[in-house]
Design a protein around this ligand. Sequence first.
Ligand code: LLP
Length: 379
Amino acid sequence: MELTEKIKNIPTPAYYYNIELLEDTLHSLCRESGKYGYHIHYAIKANANPTLLKLISQYALGADCVSGNEIRQALETGFPADSIVYAGVGKSDAEIELALKKDIFCFNCESLPEIQVINEIAGRMNKKAKIALRINPNVNAHTHHYITTGIEENKFGIYLYDLEHIISEVSHLPHIQLIGLHFHIGSQITDMTVFRGLCIRANEIQAKLKEHGLILPHINFGGGLGIDYQDPHRHPIADFETYFATFARFFEPAPHQQIHFELGRSVIAQCGNLITRVLYVKEGKNRKFVILDAGMNDLLRPALYQAFHKIENISSGKLEEKYDVVGPICESADCFGKDVVLNATQRGDIIVIHSCGAYGETMASRYNLRDLPGNAYSK
Ligand code: LLP
């Protein structure tokens, strides 16, 4: 087994990135978005590993950042400042100053108080800040409630009933230039009717603004395209073709309007696997536990969102058995899967947890004072 050969000497736990798959994914992304002239900003929060960022920035993608440190990391790894969009409900003064100093492309703003602070800081620095209004379009993404962001009960964005008032307030702020609208309704969305709903809502909002004579040059639809966690071997690359075609079909841009996306998961999830070794196989009364050397501090998604990741034993055995696959942390939530069918498993076997490239390494912590996971690359 080729993968086994490549990874058998890697100290575990570690994130292992398949660079060939990442490149194939980036080619597909650029080909499909290029058909419509769409601008893609890679969402750094999904994976901020500098080796990967240096590769991604070579594909002429912009960056989508949510902190000052992400802006720094994007700049250090080759993303041009004028391709950076900066989002987040709680931008600090120091982060706003940094973004202004670096002349980023655009702030995605989430409230009037935030815009007033940006105006004040920009004034002090003798700058004009370009902003887009992040609108909460009240479109339900029907994804896990922790990663749904575009309905009115979420903290995100400007509510539709507030929009005209905020636009009028912003027009009086001398150091703010309103250049666009921004939307992001959630993540891991595979049902394209959700994006169609977003397009239709965006059309309605545009029509309303046009009545007031306002046409903005940029529309940003955020991220959210999902991937196949169940069967990563069958669908290693996200369905960019259908995704962009949905926007091309249902969104009605104004003349010369530029359309932007901020994709994270769909770019980076499938190329990353968490490689871990079996410490012990423990017989319970009615179940068997496989205890790994990776825990929820290395990969939080299953504990936090009950997220499914395909798990494989690539070392041994043919006979299949059912196991609960758990980590070493002192928490019952430290479980990667219950009743997982694996090849008969023993101490020392290598277990691969698939589709961990997005929100894996970036969400790792040192809980229990464990070391952070390592990383390795296919070339
Ligand atoms: N733009 C904004 C404003 C966002 O909040 C996000 C993700 C993205 C773009 C990128 O979305 P993507 O294309 O990756 O779906 N930790 C969770 C996911 C949280 C997503 C947060 N926002 C998880 O592990 O599933």
